[in-house]
Ligand binder design. Sequence first.
Ligand SMILES: [Zn+2]
Length: 429
Amino acid sequence: MKSTSGRRRKAPAPRRTPPPRYLIVAAVLLVVCSVVAGYLVLDHSDGDARAASGGKNGSAAGGTTKSNQEPAWDGKVKVLGDGSTSYTGPQKNELKAEPLKPGEKPPQFVVFSWDGALQGDDELFSHYRELAKEYDAHMTFFLTGIYLLPKSKKDLYHPPQHSVGSAAISYPTDEHIRTTLTQLAGAYEDGNEIGTHFNGHFCGAKGGGDWSVAEWKSEIDQFYDFVENWKTNTGYKDLPALPFDFRKEVVGGRAPCLEGQPNLLKAMKSYGWRYDASSPGDFQIWPAKKEGFWDFPLQMLPYPGGKYQGLSMDFNFLYNQSDGEVSGDPSKYPEWEQQAVDSYMAGFNRVYYGSRAPLFVGNHFEDWNGGIYMKAIDQVIKQTCTKKGVKCVSFKELADWLDVQKPETLERMRGLDPAQSPDWSTVVK
Ligand SMILES: [Zn+2]
């Protein structure tokens, strides 16, 4: 067991991402989210989330469930394609999804998800893998496809509406491709999920929000192309094949800057995916399906000392605390870190003692404001995953669990306010 007080980070490395434009767009997005949140809260000051978020109950078309995807495995490892990936059988130590028994209180699910998933000099990917192991958690790592594409091969990327080889984020160094590959293999073997954060991280004009269904499909196809052919593209013959098949492992993603979900959902239908985590925000209620896919949004959490709610993502704190400036006043860091922890914990406690709706946390591997948003998450992992009845799972595991529940039970659970603690015998029948 390693120390729980210290961070396992090295001295600050030069910031890799995001370039200013990315942050500006993010800030604009957050203004929009904050405005929307403020409006919804004002409009429903009795705290009834149902009115604002109702009418989105799932239809069954489009997505797929686990049962019709599970491959029969003959026990043999199959190396795939150019040797970049392999199929090693069903993932081990996955959550056993079982239907609730009548009157049973649902587990409190908490999902920690990471956008980008590069193992850079900050070593945050390995840090969160270690924390996940220590606290018996599984997490979702949304891999950016070009993080396995060397800069020298960048012309292989044809981004929608942008010039060949361009991207709104930096291409990885050759060394970071190696370190990321090692972490991806370990993450899968630990029971974590690998999803997608797509490729070029384009936001705003000509970004995902402006893309057609065909352009989203092109972006998805290129993601698979880069991650399934890293051995050819890098020439690294000394590294082993990844222990999973991206075609089976990836069943959802999060769009950069949370933009473009409507056309993305349509594009996803041909890939057998099961959920999408790109919705720019909703209340903390039990998930529903959108276009046949589980919709796992970032959530509105109570913001300390305020009458409004903020989105469960590091961007949101950055925007509120230092006006989106990534290096704000260092004397404020302890206070801001505590505010972030308090907000996450207020959101957790509200459902833990209430509706038991899952808590979703989305962050980037960044050292904004001295890394306080990472340290805040470290504390939240320690304070939540250790509690009775809590299961810290990946989005994929949550989708598995939701798929085996009775639709009528889920329907009743979706009717609960976040803080509403029901007589479970009236909800789970
Ligand atoms: Zn991102």
